[in-house]
Ligand binder design. Structure first.
Ligand code: F3S
Length: 284
């Protein structure tokens, strides 16, 4: 059985940068906290915790003093201010691509546009974007939701970095009819586009796809949707322990894709387990 790993799989630039910042903070004396999951991969978070980095759900978990590392997907400005007010040193690991989206939202808001965010409601990145848009932000997940927005003179559209470009095109087309002016910032990051494209290409030429990454990872869930949409049976897993032999029964080629927050060591474990489940036949 051939096992083919997608060209662009695993950690993106923003996640590597966030982990580097945490590692540097952990070398210093004093407690290091991360607010919410630093990245959306429970196994990598558990590894950091073993190194003494404490994940907290709210600032109450950091009793004062120490370093607070902000997650790669960013937080609301009020939260950052509150952390400093508590005496914590803030290390900003927000991905620069997310920061660019923050800046576009501020520009639109300052210039009086009604801000629309294409993104998953409840995702921390989207919450951070909305917090910068003021009272006017509308969050939509589809063209149908954009079509239902009230008429406004000027709409400005910003996108969660892990969204799908086709959905952006559909939402932008829908918004054209909802106002007199539309300004669009395509803030989908390159790493996302590359991972989606290589996963789609691979899914189209294998018998089974395995997509590795946190179930709380928006970009991994998107990869799963994209691969499944090609018609190839696709399975989402977080670790090698979740692999089922039945998934690859009779498969000649298995493709492996991984989200931007999936570490190389988990990809390697899954590939090794696939290999163990279906070793190559002995060569003549
Ligand atoms: Fe940044 Fe894109 Fe990764 S926004 S965190 S480089 S998926």
């Amino acid at each position: 059985m051939d096992i083919i790993v997608a060209d662009n799989a695993g950690f993106c630039f923003g996640v590597k940068r966030a982990l580097d910042l945490v590692a540097r903070a952990a070398e210093r004396p004093g407690p290091v906290y991360t607010l919410g999951p630093l990245i959306h991969n429970p196994q990598e978070i558990a590894r950091l915790e073993r190194q003494g980095v404490r994940g907290i759900d709210s600032l109450e978990g950091a009793p004062g003093e120490g370093v607070l590392v902000l997650p790669a997907h960013g937080v609301a400005p009020a939260l950052e201010d509150a952390a400093r007010a508590r005496g914590l040193e803030v290390v900003d690991a927000t991905c620069p691509f997310v920061k660019a989206a923050h800046a576009h939202i501020r520009t639109l808001s300052d210039q009086g546009y009604s801000v629309v965010i294409l993104g998953d409601r409840g995702h921390p990145e989207v919450a951070g974007l909305a917090a910068r848009a003021g009272a006017q932000a509308h969050i939509v997940t589809s063209a149908a939701e954009a079509e239902a927005l009230p008429f406004a003179p000027r709409y400005g559209l910003v996108v969660q970095t892990t969204q799908h470009p086709q959905v952006l095109r559909e939402v932008a087309a829908a918004l054209v009819a909802r106002g007199r002016e539309l300004r669009v910032f395509n803030t989908i990051c390159e790493a996302t586009i590359r991972r989606q494209e290589s996963a789609r290409r691979l899914a189209a030429k294998v018998d089974v796809m395995v997509v590795i990454g946190g179930r709380n990872s928006a970009n991994t869930r998107r990869l799963h949707e994209i691969c499944a949409a090609t018609g190839t049976p696709t399975h989402h897993l977080e670790t090698a322990a979740e692999l089922r032999p039945a998934w690859i029964e009779g498969a000649a080629r298995v493709g492996v894709a991984a989200g931007a927050s999936t570490p190389d060591w988990i990809i390697a474990e899954v590939v090794a387990s696939l290999r163990a489940l279906a070793p190559d036949p002995p060569r003549p």
